[in-house]
Ligand binder design. Sequence first.
Ligand code: NAI
Ligand code: COI
Ligand code: MG
Length: 372
Amino acid sequence: MKLKIALLPGDGIGPEVAAQAVACLQAVEEAFGHQFEFTKAPVGAIAIDQTGNPLPDDTLELCKQSDAVLFGAIGDPKYDNDPESKVRPEQGLLRLRKELGLFSNIRPVKVFPTLIDKSPLRKERIENTDFVIYRELTGGIYFGEKFLSEDGNTASDLCIYSEEEISRIAHLAFKAAKGRRKKLTLVDKANVLESSRLWRRVVTRIGESYPDVELHYLFVDNAAMQMILNPSQFDVILTENMFGDILSDEGSVIGGSIGLLPSASVGESSAMFEPIHGSYPQATGKNIANPIASILSAAMLLDHFGLDEEAAAVVRSVNKALKKGMVTPDLDPKSKHGTDDVGQFIAGHISDSDDFKGLNQENIGLGKSTII
Ligand SMILES: NC(=O)C1=CN([C@@H]2O[C@H](COP(=O)(O)OP(=O)(O)OC[C@H]3O[C@@H](n4cnc5c(N)ncnc54)[C@H](O)[C@@H]3O)[C@@H](O)[C@H]2O)C=CC1
Ligand SMILES: CC(C)CC(=O)C(=O)O
Ligand SMILES: [Mg+2]
C-alpha cells in the first residue's frame, strides 16, 4: 500500500517520540513491502517561532493532501508561563483538529500483562482492564466563545454542543461497542449541565438503534472514581471533549505510564494519530521519554488502513520490548535504556516473522478501535 503521511513532530519530546514511530513504520514498509512517504511540517511552538503561526497554511495544506497525519506533541513553557501571550501552541493543535474535521478521538486503555506489577494500582483491580474512550474532539468548551472582561477580572469559556456533533460520534461509539463487549457508558454531568442533558437525550435516542448494546450513564465525578476502583467494568466510554481529555490521562495511570497510551483522531475524510501525552518539556533532549504511545499510535494508523497484520506486528514487538525490560525510566526508574534504544528495539523486531503469523487486532489487544 502507498500512503502519504504528514509528519508533525511538534515540540518538546514530540520529535523524539515521533522519530521512533517513523522508524517502526519504516520497518513495516520494509517487512511487508509498502510505500510510506513522510513529509515533515512544523506545528505548535516551533511553528510560532518560525512563522508566527502555530498552524502555518503550508502545514494545514500538507495535512489535507495526505492520507494520514502522524503527530508528536505541542507545547512550550515559554508560552505556558506567559498568560498574556496572544499566540499559543495549543491553538495550532485545536485548529488542526477542527480544520480536518477530526471529531472522534479514540483512546484505548489496556494493561500489558508484563506491566501489571508496574501499575500503582492493585493487580486484582486492573488485570482485566480493556476499555476505549470515544472523546468528542472538535466541540465543547475548548472551542466555545471565550470572554475576558476589560478589567481582566472576569472570564468565561462557553461549552456548546449541537445534536449533530453528538450524534456523529455516538454512532461511532455504538458501532465500536457492538464489535466489542456491547456495553457503552456515557459520561457526563447531566445533573448540572444543560449540554450534558442534550448528550443524554441524543445518545439515548441513538441507543435505540443499537438494541444489543447496553447503555449506561455515569456522572463524570463518579466515573473518575470508578475508573480507578474498577476499570474492568468499562467497555466503551463515550464523552465530551474536556471530560475525555481528563479521564484519559487518568486512565493512563492504570497501565503504568502515560507514555504508553496512543490515540487515533478520525473524521469523515482525515485521520491523525497521536500519543495522548503532551510535550513533556522537562524531558526534552534527555532521551528518557517513552516512545511507545507514539509507536502504538503508528500501529493505530496501520489498523485504520486495514493493515491488521502490520499493526499486530508492531504491537507484538512492543510486547517483546516490555517483556525483555527494554523500557524507559517511567516504567523502571533503574532502566538505563533511552527513547532511541526502546524505539530501535521495537523497530528491529517488527520483521520477526515467527512472531506475527496469524495475528490480527482481536488477538493483539488493540481492539477494533478505529472502526468508522
Ligand atoms: N497533544 C498534545 O500535544 C498535548 C500537549 N500538551 C502540552 O504539553 C505541555 C506539557 O504539559 P503537561 O501538562 O506537563 O503534560 P505532559 O503530558 O506533557 O506531561 C505530564 C507528565 O506525564 C509524563 N509523561 C508525558 N509523556 C511522557 C512520555 N512519553 N514518557 C514518559 N513520561 C511521560 C511525565 O511525567 C510528565 O511530567 C503543555 O504545553 C501542554 O499544553 C498537553 C497535553 C496534550
Ligand atoms: C493540549 C490540548 C489542546 C489537548 C490535550 O490535552 C489532549 O488532546 O490530550
Ligand atoms: Mg490531554
